[in-house]
Design a protein around this ligand. Structure first.
Ligand SMILES: Nc1ncnc2c1ncn2[C@@H]1O[C@H](COP(=O)(O)OP(=O)(O)O)[C@@H](O)[C@H]1O
Ligand SMILES: O=c1ccn([C@@H]2O[C@H](COP(=O)(O)O)[C@@H](O)[C@H]2O)c(=O)[nH]1
Length: 346
C-alpha cells in the first residue's frame, strides 16, 4: 500500500478517536430531561452505553428582555468549543405582523406568548433533538417581519441552546430541555440596556421604547416571564458578569456530555486540550474539497501534535548540565531504552 494512503488511514482513525474535537460521543448523550437528570439513576445512564442512541443536550435560557441571555449563551458556546453547539433564538419564531397589524404596531404586544409560533418552534427543536437539520426563519426587528425567502440552516449538534423570554412558558417546549437556566438581572439595568439597544440597533426612538416597555414589556414580564422562573434549574444573577455561575454550568454540561466518563473508563487516557487551531485543522482535513497536498500537510501537523504530547508523558530522569556561562542547570533527560511504536491501522 502506498505510504500516502497509510497516512490518510491513520489520520482518519486518529481523528475519530479520543481527541476532543473529533470525539465521538455515540451513546453518551442520552440523559433524560432535567426533571430526573440529577438523580443517581440518570448519572448511571450517562455512562457509556453502546446501545443508547445519541441525543443532543438541550439547554433552555430564559430571562427578561436585555437580561443578558444572548451574552450568557455566547459565553457558554465559547467555553464549549470542543463540541458542536447551536443556538436557536425564540425571536426567530415571532409570527411577524400582517399589513394591518403593522399599521398599528404600537398596539401590538410582542411580549405575549401568542406573538410566537410555538408549534413551529416545537417542531424545530424536536427535529434537532432527533439529529435532523432545520431551516430557522430570520426575523427582522426593524420591520417586525420574517424574511420571506431566506432561512438559517441549523445542523444537528451535541448541544442545542434555546434562548428567549418565553422559552419556559409552554410545557411541551420545557419538556424537551435537559437543563433550564434563568438569567436574572435587575429591571432597571435591563431597561437601560433595552433603551440603548433598541435605539442603536433596532431603529427606535426613546419615547417609543419607554411607551412599549410600560404598556407591554413590563406587564408581560410580571405575568409570564417572571412566573416561569420557577421552572429553572439554575438562576444566574447578573447575567454575563457572573463568570463563576457560567463556569459551573459549563462544567456540568461537559460532565453530561461524557468527557469525564471517558476518562473514568480509560483512567490512563490523556485527552489533548483542543484549541481553535486544532479544531481548524480537523475541519480542513474533513473538508471533501481539500487538496491532497493540504490534507497531507495538516494531517502531518496533527499527528506531530499527538506525538509531541505523547513525548511529554514518557518517563524521564533528572539530569544536570553545565551551560556556556558555566552555571549548572538541572533539567531532565528521557529514560534510556525507550522504544516508540507507531501503530498504523489499515
Ligand atoms: N454584563 C453586561 N454588561 C454590560 N452590557 C451588557 C451585559 N450583558 C449584556 N449587555 C448588553 O445589553 C444588551 C442586551 O444583552 P443581550 O445579551 O442581548 O440580552 P438578551 O438576549 O437577554 O436580550 C446588549 O446590547 C449587550 O451588549
Ligand atoms: O418586532 C419586535 C419583536 C420583539 N420585540 C421585543 O423583543 C424582546 C425580546 O427580545 P430580547 O432579545 O429577549 O430582548 C421583547 O421584549 C419584545 O418586546 C421588539 O421590540 N420588536
Amino acid at each position: 500500500m502506498p505510504e500516502e494512503t497509510t497516512t490518510i488511514d491513520y489520520v482518519m482513525e486518529a481523528a475519530s478517536g479520543p481527541h476532543f474535537s473529533g470525539l465521538r460521543l455515540d451513546g453518551l448523550l442520552s440523559s433524560p430531561p432535567s426533571a430526573s437528570s440529577s438523580s443517581p439513576a440518570s448519572a448511571a445512564s450517562n455512562r457509556a452505553d453502546p446501545n443508547a442512541t445519541k441525543q443532543p443536550f438541550v439547554i433552555g435560557v430564559s430571562g427578561g428582555t436585555a437580561s443578558g441571555k444572548t451574552t450568557v449563551c455566547d459565553m457558554i458556546i465559547q467555553q464549549l468549543h470542543d463540541h458542536r453547539v447551536v443556538l436557536v433564538n425564540q425571536d426567530s419564531f415571532y409570527r411577524g405582523l400582517t399589513p394591518e397589524e403593522s399599521e398599528r404596531v404600537h398596539e401590538y404586544n410582542f411580549d405575549h406568548p401568542d406573538a410566537f409560533d410555538t408549534e413551529q418552534l416545537l417542531e424545530c427543536v424536536q427535529k434537532l433533538k432527533c439529529g435532523q437539520s432545520v431551516q430557522v426563519p430570520i426575523y427582522d426587528f426593524k420591520i417586525h417581519r420574517r424574511s420571506s425567502d431566506t432561512f438559517r440552516q441549523v445542523n444537528a449538534s451535541d448541544v442545542i441552546i434555546l434562548e428567549g423570554i418565553l422559552v419556559f412558558h409552554d410545557q411541551r417546549v420545557r419538556n424537551l430541555m435537559n437543563m433550564k437556566i434563568f438569567v436574572d438581572t435587575d429591571a432597571d439595568v435591563r431597561l437601560a440596556r433595552r433603551i440603548r439597544r433598541d435605539t442603536v440597533e433596532r431603529g427606535r426612538d426613546i419615547n417609543s421604547v419607554l411607551e412599549m416597555y410600560a404598556k407591554f414589556v413590563k406587564p408581560a414580564f410580571d405575568d409570564f416571564v417572571h412566573p416561569s422562573k420557577k421552572y429553572a434549574d439554575v438562576i444566574i444573577p447578573r447575567g454575563g458578569d457572573n463568570h463563576v455561575a457560567i463556569d459551573l454550568i459549563v462544567q456540568h454540561i461537559q460532565t453530561k456530555l461524557g468527557q469525564h466518563d471517558l476518562c473514568k473508563i480509560y483512567p490512563n487516557m490523556y485527552v489533548i486540550q483542543s484549541t481553535f487551531q486544532i479544531r481548524g485543522m480537523h475541519t480542513l482535513i474533513r473538508d471533501r474539497e481539500i487538496s491532497k497536498h493540504d490534507f497531507v500537510f495538516y494531517s502531518d501537523r496533527l499527528i506531530r501534535l499527538v506525538v509531541e504530547h505523547g513525548l511529554g508523558h514518557l518517563p524521564f530522569t533528572e539530569k544536570q548540565v553545565v551551560t556556556p556561562t558555566a552555571s549548572v542547570y538541572t533539567g531532565v533527560d528521557f529514560c534510556k531504552k525507550l522504544c516508540g511504536v507507531s501503530i498504523v491501522r489499515r
